[in-house]
Design a protein around this ligand. Structure first.
Ligand code: AMP
Ligand code: TRP
Length: 326
């Protein structure tokens, strides 16, 4: 079976874009592949955080991922810092990637321009990400378009290591969803829905109250026409609502658009579908929130399984490099 690996940082709240663009696919992949999902808490440290913040955010994200449907019986779900092999392997990656390659990463350029403290970890971030992926003999990495460069550099690192020391790592490929999977900001429909949006009204949180979801969708920006059509170029606001409704009900956006001739009913049905889709997620989250020890237990089970695979890969890497056995 295809081994799939992906990671998500414990920063910010999950929104509808994360849910429709990434997490829902993760849930489906549990049944079609051997899926490994990691909460990458060490990556969150590349930007300094007050004590305790990352741990609390990690637990909350764990609860959310379980609530959306990741099932520890059908996938491996774990926390990066619980499996020490990630930092160990990251050193091997750092010694395999060049300074010049890391310097070309656009995420580093963006983030370092905005940061007032540019940690060395922010610069070597892709080496830790390569370790995450390569430790699990990963075939496919489902990620957003913004991560394409990090998967390319992971492939380059794997190939270089293999040619230096012999066959050690599987060379993975990125799996990037089609543009249709992008959810746009409700207030500014030409920008992606994101946690850093200027208007909180433009972003729907996975844990937003039904009444809040309804209000945000009712007030979503449309246009001065009245015709409902799926045409993201000419009608970004309306098309965003159509594609949210289509995604939430597993239908084709053109077909959905044909059912409506006014914006009011489109908005009402979109709100209802999103509320219905998120209701079980929110219910499961409330139950998990009431019992944090259960989530910690499930994450520990995931870490045990992950460690077994990662330790084997690290042994192979050490042996192939020819480090003196301990
Ligand atoms: P981020 O929160 O940007 O780190 O993204 C986490 C995951 O959610 C990545 O796989 C992104 O591609 C996906 N994602 C984030 N925002 C959106 C969006 N507006 N539409 C679709 N997918 C998104
Ligand atoms: N860099 C990814 C992001 O910002 C998170 C990540 C870390 C990741 N390690 C990974 C994604 C390994 C896929 C595979 O979204």
């Amino acid at each position: 079976m295809t081994r799939v690996f992906s990671g998500i940082q414990p920063t910010g709240e999950l929104h509808l874009g994360n849910h429709l663009g990434a997490l829902r696919n993760w849930v489906r992949m549990q049944d079609t592949s051997e899926a490994v999902f990691c909460i990458v808490d060490l990556h969150a440290l590349t930007i300094p955080k007050p004590p305790g913040e990352v741990g609390a955010a990690t637990l909350r994200l764990g609860q959310l991922l379980l609530a959306v449907g990741l099932d520890p019986e059908r996938c491996i779900l774990f926390v990066q810092s619980h499996v020490r092999e990630h930092t160990e392997c990251a050193w091997l990656m750092e010694c395999t990637v060049s300074f010049g390659e890391l310097r070309r990463m656009t995420q580093f350029k963006d983030k370092s321009e905005r940061a007032d403290f540019i940690s060395a970890g922010l610069f070597t971030y892709p080496a830790l990400q390569a370790a995450d992926i390569l430790l699990y003999d990963t075939d496919e990495v489902p990620v957003g378009e913004d991560q394409r460069q990090h998967i390319e550099i992971t492939r380059d690192i794997a190939e270089r290591f293999n040619s230096r020391y012999g066959d050690t790592f599987v060379v993975p490929r990125a799996v990037i969803p089609a543009a249709g999977a992008r959810v746009m900001d409700l207030q500014n429909p030409t920008a992606k829905m994101s946690k850093s949006s200027e208007s909180p009204q433009g972003t729907i949180g996975v844990l937003d109250d039904p009444a809040v979801i309804e209000k945000k969708i009712k007030r979503a920006v449309t246009d001065t026409e009245t015709e409902v059509r799926y045409d993201p170029e000419a009608k970004p606001g309306v098309s965003n609502l159509v594609s949210i409704l289509a995604a939430a009900t597993d239908r084709d956006p053109h077909e959905v658009a044909a059912d409506y001739d006014r914006y009011g009913p489109l908005k009402a049905d979109t709100a209802a579908a999103v509320i219905e889709m998120l209701r079980p997620v929110q219910e499961r989250f409330r139950r998990l929130e009431a019992d944090p020890a259960e989530t910690s237990r499930l994450l520990a089970v995931g870490a045990d399984k992950a460690r077994e695979i990662a330790a084997r890969t690290m042994d192979r890497a050490r042996r192939n490099i020819g480090l003196l056995a301990d």
